[in-house]
Design a protein around this ligand. Structure first.
Ligand code: NAD
Length: 286
């Protein structure tokens, strides 16, 4: 299938390369000319095990290309993934400026039916904003698909190639069919493709990150209590993790959670709750 991935950051570069590796023709788009020029020479701006080799090979074989020209890429693709950043605004909400700008760009350039897919982490309701942005200018029908990404930095290729699950939120059988076709090579080991409505798919990503952040914060509080009562949190962590209902992941106490996603995603959930008249005391504490 011919696809384009807009945004060659962590997510876009890994997703584009993996879709390429599974036999698609992929055009990666970014508005940073220097980044695109470097990628064309095989210089990869991030370190991710295996990524540089995959990019070099696929560029040489002519199936992966890089451009700053969104319109050209859209005209050559059936599916357009949006993988641009959604940074935190001062009020904690997610900045959708780049996502909506790309959506408009896709609408202006499309010369037939397109599937527009959000790979970026976007708050519930973003699919409606994208539709509202595109509808007045799009000369052809399109579907908006919400397809959050769960990769971890450091294991991103592996996570993408062998996902625990693929979440697809859409509203049309055609969009589901196209997305299933794209993802089938990655779920041969039996991981499910979970088809759902757009809001549920958008919410799934935030719920997962907020829950993981909560586990870390919770264990930090337990560690503080352990110190006061003379218990060793490392034993406690192991004792807790062996409960199959809980598991061992994200139970390590430490300086708190960080990284490029948890802090902004937790804030975005709190902000979404506020916008809908709900306080979320648990996440405020987290
Ligand atoms: N990093 C992760 O591990 C991870 C995991 C899952 C989901 N996500 C989500 O995926 C999204 C992207 O994250 P990332 O870490 O890849 O971000 P990033 O900042 O590394 O990359 C974003 C890229 O988009 C480009 N860009 C911005 N505006 C553009 C525009 N208008 N047109 C074309 N390109 C544009 C930037 O130049 C940059 O190269 C975010 O919403 C993030 O929350 C990230």
């Amino acid at each position: 299938m011919k696809i384009c991935v807009v945004g060659t950051g962590y997510v876009g570069l890994v997703a584009g390369t993996c879709f390429e590796e599974s036999g698609n023709d992929v055009i990666c788009v970014d508005n940073l000319a220097a980044k695109i020029a470097a990628l064309r020479e095989g210089k990869v701006p991030i370190y991710e095990p295996g990524l540089e080799e995959l990019i070099r090979r696929n560029v040489t074989e002519g199936r992966l290309s890089f451009t700053t020209e969104l319109a050209d890429a859209v005209r050559q693709s059936v599916v357009c993934f949006i993988a641009v950043g959604t940074p935190e605004k001062p009020d904690g909400s997610a900045d959708l400026g780049a996502v909506l700008a790309v959506s408009r760009g896709v609408a202006q350039a499309m010369d037939g039916y397109r599937v527009v897919v959000t790979k970026s982490t976007v708050p519930v309701g973003t699919h409606k904003k994208i539709r509202a942005e595109m509808e007045p200018i799009a000369p052809h029908p399109f579907d908006v698909v919400s397809n959050p990404e769960f990769m971890k930095e450091g294991a991103a290729i592996d996570d993408f190639m062998k996902p625990d699950r693929v979440v697809i939120g859409a509203a049309s059988p055609q969009a589901f069919r196209i997305m299933r076709e794209l993802y089938e090579p990655f779920v041969r080991t039996g991981a499910p493709i979970l088809e759902m409505d757009n809001p549920s798919a958008e919410m799934t990503k935030y719920a997962a990150n907020a829950l993981l952040a909560t586990r870390i914060s919770f264990m930090n509080e337990i560690a503080n209590l352990c110190e006061r009562v003379g218990a060793d949190v490392d034993y406690v962590r192991r004792g807790v993790g062996h409960d199959r209902r809980l598991g061992h992941h994200f139970l390590f106490p430490g300086v708190g959670y960080g990284g490029s996603c948890f802090p902004k995603d937790v804030q975005a959930v709190i902000q979404t709750a506020h916008e809908h008249g709900m306080k979320f005391p648990l996440l405020n504490a987290v």
